[in-house]
Design a protein around this ligand. Structure first.
Ligand code: NAI
Length: 330
């Protein structure tokens, strides 16, 4: 089968090449799928895309005319795909529902620790032979209350790690996980109580119309002063401009973000020679208590192997007319 793989970055291509080998006629396209690049899919029955590619209705309509019948997402999240339109056009969509919840959970903890113990500032100082400790005081994680919003695959790994740290754990989810309650002392509560009582809040729910701007000036005002907020889920769960206001007053004491609501125009590319046009992220970059990574929480060897393997399996299921367990059927 002819497969076009969009957003095939260097870090991932080697894994895809290893898995796909000569099994299919694969075209690797470094650019993301957009209205401008969609014509490159002409003549390909299957295409594969990543998290910041644009699979909105207009793009899907062009894909359909180009002969595309299968969309293999190399992500768990699918908020970038108009599923209803894909269904209408009879384009099947499959995702990689789980490739390593550990990768994302561990990056979440890395952000917490780096912010708490001010590792970036400390390292930069040492590199300048400044061995002073002033301004680097952190806090013991042990005994602090961590609020986990979303205890699915990733959130539950975060809960288990936090339990190991000796944290008190509050959780909010539509569904309670009995293993977390019984074995890891996780206490489920409503979002408001979680916001009020946590020292650290970490987000692990999907982005949907319902969860958009879950963190806004209203929810932030209910949090403890100096709260640490971590978002490795999706940018638009957070109203970034309102978060900036809270950082300016000290209401938010630390912010760790792996995702950003306008990331599609920035992340995954070297833009070091460009003039930064995004004033919101530019302001975020001025705070020394904000740590930003460019959507790399998933980026481990294990996760990349799993993504490549599941993507190939999804494509082959479609090719062979087999039932694909990862099809999105909404
Ligand atoms: P999951 O589907 O296993 O868990 C999501 C949890 O959120 C579920 O338990 C669900 O019940 C809960 N939930 C959904 N809507 C809710 C609502 N309105 N209120 C309360 N709870 C709600 O998903 P998983 O694998 O844990 O991933 C979570 C998110 O992490 C993904 O949606 C994705 O956005 C993000 N992600 C980020 C990555 C990164 O590299 N930064 C990589 C992979 C995923």
């Amino acid at each position: 089968m002819k497969v076009a793989i969009y957003s095939a970055h260097k870090f991932e291509k080697i894994y895809l090449e290893n898995i796909f080998k000569e099994a299919h006629e694969v075209k690797y396209i470094a650019s993301p799928l957009t209205v401008e690049t969609v014509s490159l899919a002409q003549g390909y029955e299957a295409i594969s895309i990543f998290v910041n590619d644009d699979a909105s209705a207009p793009v899907l309509q062009i894909l359909s005319k180009a002969g595309v019948k299968f969309l293999a997402l190399r992500s768990a999240g699918y908020n970038h795909v108009d599923i209803a339109e894909a269904k209408r056009l009879n384009i099947k969509v499959a995702r990689v529902p789980e490739y390593s919840p550990y990768a994302v959970a561990e990056h979440t903890i890395a952000l917490m620790l780096a912010l708490n113990r001010k590792l970036i500032r400390a390292h930069n100082r040492v590199m300048e032979q400044n061995f002073s400790l002033d301004g680097l005081v952190g806090f013991d994680m042990h005994g602090k209350t961590v609020g986990i919003i979303g205890t699915g695959k990733i959130g539950s790994v975060v809960a288990k790690i936090m339990n190991g740290f000796g944290c008190n754990i509050l959780a909010h989810d539509k569904f309670e996980n009995t293993e977390l309650k019984n074995k890891y002392d996780v206490l489920y509560t409503d979002c408001e109580t979680l916001c009020r009582e946590s020292d650290i809040i970490t987000l692990h729910i999907p982005f949907t119309p319902e969860t958009k701007y879950l963190i806004d000036k209203n929810s932030i005002s209910k949090m403890k002063r100096g709260i640490m907020l971590i978002n490795t889920s999706r940018g638009a769960l957070v109203n970034t401009k309102e978060v900036i206001e809270a950082l300016k007053t000290g209401q938010i004491g630390h912010l760790g973000m792996d995702v950003y609501e306008e990331e599609a125009a920035l992340f995954f590319e070297d833009r070091s020679e460009e003039i930064l046009q995004d004033d919101v992220i530019a302001r975020l970059m001025t705070f020394n208590n904000v740590l930003i990574t460019s959507h790399q929480a998933f980026l481990t060897d294990t996760a990349l192997k799993n993504i490549a393997e599941t993507t190939l399996r999804n494509i082959e299921c479609f090719e062979n007319g087999k039932t694909c367990e990862n099809l999105l059927t909404i």
